[in-house]
Design a protein around this ligand. Structure first.
Ligand code: HEC
Length: 254
């Protein structure tokens, strides 16, 4: 009599246990972060984006390219033309061929696009244990909930639980699909020194670099938003005008 009851109780307990085990083995949804660029009137925080550029340049650019951004674009971030020129000149760009038919290296110019760390994808994979560090130009738009997702990955590295099977050269990160990623945690406290005195915590650097990448992915965002607002104001005024005109035209009828 009591046996079947016991058995179903055990089954139920096992089910619940496996359910929670499964739950702990699922990819976490991204953290919800506040961004100045969110919403219909949101803008890119220039100060944050400049700090983010520094993080990209000093940390991420050793593995990730940013091919769609040109040095000249940095002036849109609030760098002066002179500063952008200096930043460009710091890069070595392959050019050519010269009169002898040879390729050569020269300092970057404003019109050059950011120089990537590897000659090609194969070289990038070879240097990263077979995994390809994606170009970051459009990554914010290429991933669902991009800003929160990338922020979560950058701040989401933690020791793997004892029962987690980590692949060779993989790093535990519950915000990445499969919960392990070939990228080693790129940021650690105090990794960059900000000129404006902002404290370089992992959260701060992640927030800044995502702000920078948001701008890189959609440099025309602010223009688009302000155009949208203008269109609404325009439509609003016309609605009122047409309504008044209609009342006037029809005032003797009815
Ligand atoms: C040592 C090299 C290295 C550095 C430094 C590095 N990454 Fe990565 N990153 C990788 C590799 C390799 C992958 C591919 C991971 C995979 O597919 O498992 C990757 C993947 C990513 C992804 C893609 C996630 C996705 O959904 O595909 C993002 C976003 C990213 N990195 C951002 C950054 C940012 C921002 C920085 C700088 C703060 C940075 N990375 C620094 C090697 C690096």
């Amino acid at each position: 009599m009591i046996r079947p009851f016991l058995r179903s109780a055990v089954c139920l307990a096992a089910l619940i246990a496996s359910g929670t085990a499964l739950a702990s083995g699922n990819q976490h949804p991204p953290k919800e972060v506040k961004w100045a660029f969110q919403g219909a009137t949101g803008t890119v925080d220039r100060q944050a984006a400049q700090r983010g550029y520094q993080v990209y340049k000093e940390v991420c650019s050793s593995c990730h390219s940013l091919k769609r951004v040109a040095y000249r674009n940095l002036t849109e971030l609030g760098f002066s033309e002179g500063e952008a020129k200096t930043l460009a000149a710091g890069a070595s760009v392959q050019d050519g061929p010269n009169d002898h038919g040879e390729m050569f290296e020269r300092p970057g110019r404003l019109s050059d696009h950011f120089v990537g760390p590897y000659a090609n994808d194969q070289a990038a994979r070879a240097a990263n244990g077979g995994a390809l560090p994606p170009d970051l130009s459009l990554i914010v738009k290429a991933r669902e909930d991009g800003p929160n997702y990338i922020y979560s990955i950058l701040t989401g590295f933690e020791p793997a639980p004892a029962d987690f099977k980590l692949g060779p050269n993989m790093h535990y990160n519950p915000y990445f699909p499969g919960m392990q990623i070939a990228m080693p945690a790129p940021l650690s406290e105090g990794q960059v020194t900000y000129a404006d005195g902002t404290k370089a915590t992992v959260e701060q650097m992640s927030h800044d670099v995502v702000t920078f990448l948001q701008w890189a992915a959609e440099p025309e965002m602010e223009e688009r938003k302000s155009m949208g607002i203008k269109v609404f104001i325009y439509l609003g005024i016309f609605t009122v005008l047409f309504y008044l005109a209609k009342k006037r035209v029809w005032k003797d009828v009815e």
